[in-house]
Design a binder for this molecule. Sequence first.
Ligand code: F6P
Length: 504
Amino acid sequence: MSDAWAAVERLGRSPIASLFETEPDRLDHLTLDACGLHFDFSKTHLSAAHLDAFAVLAEAQDLAGARETLFTGGLANPTEGRAAEHTAERGEGAAGSVEQARQFHARTRTLIDVIEAEAFGPVRHILHVGIGGSALGPELLIDALGRDAGRYDTAIVSNVDGAALSQAVKGFDPDATLLIIASKTFTTSETMLNAASALQWMQENGVGDPYGKVIALTASPDRALEFGVDETRILPFSETVGGRYSLWSSIGFPAALALGWAAFEEMLEGAAAMDRHFRRAPIAENAPVLAAFVDRYYANIAGAETRAVFAYDERLRLLPSYLQQLEMESNGKSVRLDGSPAGRATAAITWGGVGTDAQHAVFQLLHQGSHLVPAEFLACIEPGHTLAPDHHDQLLGNCFAQGAALMAGRSSDDPHRCYPGDRPSSTILLDRLDPRTLGALLAFYEHRTFANAVLLGINPFDQFGVELGKEMAKAIDEAEPESFDPSTRALLERAFPLPEGMIE
Ligand code: F6P
């Protein structure tokens, strides 16, 4: 492997603009279409020689073998001793897992029918409590596709800050509210506290049987039962589906409810199309793999510490935060699968925003700042509204202009007005945003994240890094301040002074 990395590292770097001259067929090789996505990474520093060298690295890292392990339910997550089977939720995976996912989906669908038949009385509000992967996916789907659906008022509450929950239920009629508790483990303290407070809110506002309005989405059905959720309202999913890969499972329930089952199924189909593309397309035409080459080039060869994603589409405004969890929780690691040091930068820091807003806030740094930031622009050809075409013309015009300006730059005798240029970007252009293309887009990012991990030799499916903070928070909760450093103790004493007269 180190030979293959050394071969990539040895290659020189030419200005992007010059690559269009030296590689006349560059657009043919560095743009491709897959599952409704047009991916253009021609405005990056990757040359044909880089693509060849990365392809050799992919082979040295046995990307094809790792991919088969993923798709056949093998031990893709060895540090936790299990498979990673989110693709089975979309129908692409080991036969038994696909069948189990199909049965779980059927259960979800039945419950949606029951709700729509008003078995819970007239439901107008959905209160979903969950955090991380148990919130970000459904929230993104509903925000992106549910703006006109208007079936239910849905609030997704993740933060344990009570301000989030109390704001969310303002204007909700507790009698017409369903409470969804989403937690893979059904132990996450923020979610459990929010769930308890939501139940209390229902009770205090006259709901006779608040537990009768609870639906649990979890891979730990026993814990949900113990919590008091009726068995018929527990929607399970497999332990082998990771939290940040779980929106395809019953965790997507509020989205399926808000958008309708047909739309949810189309989203699964869009993702399945991307699964097949990733599994079968040769490397030179494989969108997630090529995107991972871009990521590795900037993180490992060019030394970029971050990557920025800008959605030139209001409906995708939550995509950057969704990707932050997907990419940073998956690949924010420092050791390889065998426990040895990773030896090179792993996940870049993902950040971003929405265009055109971000142009007036952070783009200064992209154009003239001292950091190299590979930018990624996303846009849809079809607008998501019916206002005058000027809006969309201006939006897309701005999106394309930014990529062009970053690359071209402009010289000036005045150093303050000089744009160095040669700054990289890639563009993902969707014909339209619908359940199918959004499914394909999110699956594209999942597989890109996986391909990055394989190139690095790390495990993208565990997240031990989040455990220490959780343990320490528990220690604070259980009043063990003496186990903390002086600074933390002083903060604790200031925030939680001991009642007068009490000696520690
Ligand atoms: O703390 C990290 C994490 O475990 C994420 O991976 C996960 O998406 C989130 O917490 C929520 O976990 P759960 O669904 O078990 O409540």
